[in-house]
Design a protein around this ligand. Structure first.
Ligand code: ZN
Ligand code: ZN
Length: 96
């Protein structure tokens, strides 16, 4: 159940190109454990406020390539049990 605001972004050519190029620059490996990386995580989570800001959404400094395990861990170690945020289909924390 991806939220509309991020769904459009994740389907955009700009993001797909950015994500693929970033993944290639890391040789497709998780930056934390060296296993094959499959998910590009935004260090600053996407919100309706920053979704149209390429300095956040398409900035390589804000990206990290992770395998599924490390990605899940990153989201588990972030402030848990907050009622004002939730995860979208891409594992990004978003405001409810
Ligand atoms: Zn990993
Ligand atoms: Zn993430």
């Amino acid at each position: 159940m991806a939220r509309e605001f991020s769904k459009k972004f994740y389907e955009s050519q700009a993001w797909i190109r950015c994500r693929n190029a970033y993944r290639q620059s890391k040789f497709g490996l998780c930056e934390q454990c060296g296993q094959p990386g499959v998910e590009v995580h935004h260090k600053i989570w996407l919100t309706p406020d920053n979704i149209n800001n390429p300095d956040i959404t398409l900035n390589w400094d804000n990206l990290i390539l992770l395998c599924r395990k490390c990605h899940a861990e990153i989201h588990m170690t972030t402030p848990a049990t907050r009622s004002d945020v939730m995860f979208d289909d891409h594992g990004n924390l978003i405001k409810r």
